[in-house]
Design a protein around this ligand. Structure first.
Ligand SMILES: Cc1cc2nc3c(=O)[nH]c(=O)nc-3n(C[C@H](O)[C@H](O)[C@H](O)COP(=O)(O)OP(=O)(O)OC[C@H]3O[C@@H](n4cnc5c(N)ncnc54)[C@H](O)[C@@H]3O)c2cc1C
Length: 438
């Protein structure tokens, strides 16, 4: 059995490795010159940055976490999360509900009072069940936490109105601490939220790409980079996958690249399926990377909900994840800006983006301009799946079609689900386990 895997990101590479371990022949077809997808990293002038946004290794899934940690054994840094939210000139502990005592007094009262009022109203059945993400936020946290943090941050990252987002995905993805913790945190007793991420791993050398390189190592010779799949056809029992020049033949074909890239490669896709794919929402990402002489705050990463602070939604400090991510005496700062494909932000030049980020970091007193020794900008067309209200209908149409034509979809933009690295690896493991069933 020879399997062609379309896309050489984390999902495609994990799939190749695990299939090969059970004796299958594989070939990975990756459009870019380098494999790794969103999990690529670049080292330049001693600074290492993840180019698909700042990544950390964590999971609730013990088997997957053990797999990832085994892959980077001997190259692993363990870190305690110290994450903050930049709110009204101060650094508030993350998750916001666990950091209420860091708020100005009036805001603290607003948040806890509205939280309790909402809790009582929900208990009494005075508030109906939420129908969209915005309503879920108000329903779960009350008006205070919703308006001080949850709504502005979520609208900034998704670039999509929260009332037009579905809520099927929030459980487990959005920290939802126990009531006691919220009250404790409001009166100043220390609490920890989202605890499965409170300690995380990161490769000492090579950035997050060290993880995919380690996974890819046994199958490296079967990875064809610079192979942008443009057509996928089946004649008889044989798949033919082409980039316009070269044709690869295989007994089966598994897609880990975005479904939006797969469908145009296929002949006779029904209009209904094309329309469903066109209607799927996602956003893109720009990373502004800055290397400075000197130190940065001891924060793992910092959320920036306030639109007045600029377009950046999150700032991370990779030199805090690994002491090798910056030269001795220097620090690394990575600012993430999400945007909609093709919008005004996409048209901004690298210099415009860098200037905006540097001005923001100066206003937060994180750096002085004369400390900067390195800058770069990276852009990713596919960053986050955005779950709009029609998502479930549209994705069901696409998945049904791909199942019918016998192309399994595995991975973040193939399944078109908000999967982190652990979710991608879990999908691969489940896919392989399902195949073994009689
Ligand atoms: C800002 C940000 C931060 C994140 N942080 C974390 C984190 O801290 N921890 C975590 O666990 N996860 C994190 N993630 C999620 C993680 O990046 C993804 O889950 C994972 O990288 C997805 O891997 P994939 O292989 O499914 O998709 P991708 O990485 O998107 O790979 C798809 C591959 O298909 C290729 N391709 C596309 N079109 C074609 C074509 N026509 N022919 C051939 N190849 C093609 C692409 O070049 C790409 O290499 C983060 C994601 C983002 C955006």
């Amino acid at each position: 059995m020879k399997t062609a895997i379309l896309g050489g990101g984390l999902s495609g590479l994990t799939l190749a490795r695990l299939l090969q371990e059970q004796g299958e022949e594989v070939v990975v077809l990756e459009a870019e010159q380098e494999y790794g997808g969103l999990c690529r990293s670049k080292t330049d002038q001693g600074f290492t940055f993840d180019i698909g946004g700042s990544h950390i290794i964590f999971s609730r899934d013990a088997e997957v976490l053990a797999f990832m940690r085994r892959m980077i054994e001997g190259n692993e840094e363990r870190n305690n999360r110290t994450t903050k939210i930049f709110y009204k000139e101060r650094f508030v502990k993350y998750p916001f509900e666990n950091g209420l005592s860091d708020l100005p007094q009036e805001d603290r009262f607003f948040c806890i009072n509205e939280f309790i009022k909402t809790l009582i109203a929900v208990e009494k059945g005075e508030i109906s069940a939420p129908a969209n993400f915005r309503e879920w936020i108000y329903h779960t946290f009350g008006k205070g936490i919703a308006e001080c943090y949850m709504i502005p941050y979520n609208e900034k990252i998704w670039k999509y109105p929260t009332e037009k987002m579905s809520l099927h995905w929030v459980d487990g993805r959005i920290p939802r601490p126990p009531v006691e913790d919220i009250i404790r945190s409001a009166i100043g007793i220390d609490t920890e939220g989202y605890t499965h991420q409170a300690v995380f791993s990161y490769p000492l050398d090579g950035g997050i790409m060290a993880l995919v390189c380690a996974i890819a190592r046994p199958v490296e010779r079967y990875i064809n980079t610079g192979f942008r799949v443009t057509s996928v056809t089946k004649s008889g029992e044989t798949w033919q996958i082409s980039n316009g020049d070269t044709c690869v033949q295989a007994d089966r074909c598994i897609c880990t690249m975005p479904v939006q890239h797969l469908l145009p490669c296929l002949a006779d896709v029904p209009d209904k399926v094309k329309k469903a794919a066109d209607a799927l929402k996602f956003n893109s990402l720009i990373c502004v990377n800055i290397g400075i002489n000197g130190s940065v705050p001891g924060i793992s990463w910092l959320y920036v909900p306030d639109p007045a602070m600029g377009r950046t939604n999150r700032i991370s400090f990779p030199s805090g994840y690994s002491r090798h991510a910056a030269p001795e005496g220097c620090s690394a700062i990575l600012a993430e800006i999400t945007h909609q494909p093709g919008d005004d932000v996409a048209g901004l030049t690298d210099d415009e983006l860098k200037n905006e980020v540097v001005d923001m970091l100066r206003s937060m007193q994180i750096l002085h301009k004369d400390q900067i020794v390195f800058t770069s900008v990276e852009r990713q067309p596919f960053a986050y799946v955005v779950y709009d209200l029609d998502y479930q209908t549209n994705i069901a149409i696409i998945k049904e079609y791909c199942m019918k034509i016998d192309i399994p979809l595995v991975g973040r933009f193939a399944q078109f689900e908000y999967l982190n690295m652990d979710g991608c690896i879990r999908s691969v493991m489940d896919f392989i386990a399902a195949e073994k069933l009689p």
